[in-house]
Design a protein around this ligand. Structure first.
Ligand SMILES: Cc1ncc(COP(=O)(O)O)c(C=O)c1O
Length: 404
């Protein structure tokens, strides 16, 4: 079947939940994706911060092949080796004492809501169920995660949301403290770097202030590091930049390098409030995904790997800042490590379309922000190539219609 017929069939048979270009990708290698016409694209979306090791990393492929010949699934009724090994690796690399595995980011966020409420009920009583989230945040599409997402556009048509969620202003500590109620608040949830919301990095006084606020009011600090965690910021966990530790953290996207797996990481104090039968998942933590994740986490926690991410992040940020000096269409460049946002004075959608034509894939983050999320293995030359394509694409978008 040809590409055109495939795309026609897609429109006839798949729910129109996504808007995507008429390109059919057939394979990927490292930082590159290839379409059905053989055209090569520099992939600076990494599957929305998922393919941390790039496409088809040989080591990950080998682990996947080996595990696929041993055991795929036998449910959480029984023990298997890979999730136990992975949990050990994650507790060693982070603040966490205990881990729960799920399948997607939103599902891990649901788990965080449940655990925070259970902890609140048992420590402070039935009244303690409120969670403070941030305006402009993104935590996922399930009803609980959506209720924590501080962007109305994602709510439309799905009301009512979960009760007991209150929204404060990101990077404004006073706005959070005004909402904290010692008897009712069980948790505060925040992304150290808001990704979907436009790439906004939390300030150090803000995150440290949230930690103090939680301690003073006996509530839990939940960090959503689904997009900014696992090496993307240049440290394994983004919170390491802030010299704080959360009580609960959620990880997902890059955890299994492209297979669906998420994790809820908690302190012993939180873990003590879950007994067998009180939370679960059929697929969560299966041997196939966790075997690959064990390999991925092993690679990313290597200090040399993290140094590479930090160095490439600096190079990307600086190269984009130099471009900003040349092009007034760029309003701001911001980010940390390999999550970088470029805010434009012109619509992001058009620039992304032209970049795609020129062989560079980028994500939007709102109407005017381009989001750079390359695989963490990206090199200097690929960054320079991407910035050159961006420059050409913005210049092309600035040519008055009729002349191009
Ligand atoms: C910070 C953050 N939290 C949660 C999610 C939801 O993850 P998933 O799409 O795997 O459910 C996302 C997805 O973009 C995210 O960026």
């Amino acid at each position: 079947m040809g590409t055109w017929q495939m795309l026609k069939m897609e429109k006839e048979s798949l729910l129109a939940a996504y808007s995507r270009p008429d390109i059919l990708f057939t394979h990927g290698h490292g930082v590159y994706l290839y379409d059905s016409d053989g055209k090569k694209y520099l992939d600076f979306t990494a599957g929305i911060a998922v393919n941390a090791l790039g496409h088809c990393d040989p080591g990950a492929v080998q682990v996947l092949q080996e595990q696929s010949q041993k055991l795929w699934h036998c449910s959480n009724l029984f023990y298997t080796e890979p999730p136990i090994r992975l949990a050990g690796r994650l507790t060693e690399a982070t603040f966490a004492d205990k881990i729960f595995f799920a399948n997607s980011g939103a599902e891990a966020v649901e788990g965080a809501i449940k655990l925070a409420r259970k902890w609140g009920h048992e420590i402070k009583g039935e009244e303690c169920h409120e969670i403070i989230a941030m305006q402009n945040s993104f935590h996922g599409r399930t009803m609980g995660a959506l209720s924590l997402t501080g962007q109305n556009k994602f709510w439309q048509g799905y009301d009512p949301m979960l009760p007991g969620i209150r929204f404060a202003e990101f990077n404004n500590l006073d706005s959070v403290s005004r909402l904290v109620n010692k008897d009712k608040t069980c948790a505060i949830i925040v992304e150290p770097i808001q990704g979907e919301g436009g790439v906004h990095v939390a300030s150090t006084p803000f995150l440290q202030g949230l930690r103090r606020l939680c301690d003073a009011n006996d509530c839990l600090l939940i960090l959503d590091e689904i997009q900014c965690g696992m090496g993307r910021s240049g440290r394994f966990c983004c919170y390491e930049w802030y010299d704080i530790e959360p009580d609960i953290m959620v990880l997902a996207k890059p955890l299994a390098g492209g297979l669906p797996l998420s994790a809820l990481l908690v302190t012993q104090d939180v873990a003590d409030h879950i007994k067998p039968g009180q939370h679960g998942s059929t697929f969560g933590g299966g041997p196939l995904t966790t075997a690959v994740a064990d390999y991925v986490v092993g690679r990313i926690t290597d200090p040399a790997f993290l140094q590479h991410v930090a160095a490439m992040g600096d190079h990307l940020l600086k190269s984009l800042q130099l471009l900003q000096d040349e092009l007034p269409a760029i309003k701001e460049v911001r980010g940390q490590g390999l999550i970088v946002g470029v805010e434009l004075n012109i619509p992001a959608k058009k620039v992304i379309e032209v970049c795609t034509d020129f062989g560079l894939l980028l994500c939007p983050a709102g109407d005017h922000v381009l989001r750079f999320l390359p695989p963490l293995i990206v090199d200097k030359k690929q960054i320079e190539e991407a910035v050159e394509i961006l420059e050409d694409a913005i210049r092309e978008c600035l040519v008055p219609t009729g002349e191009n």
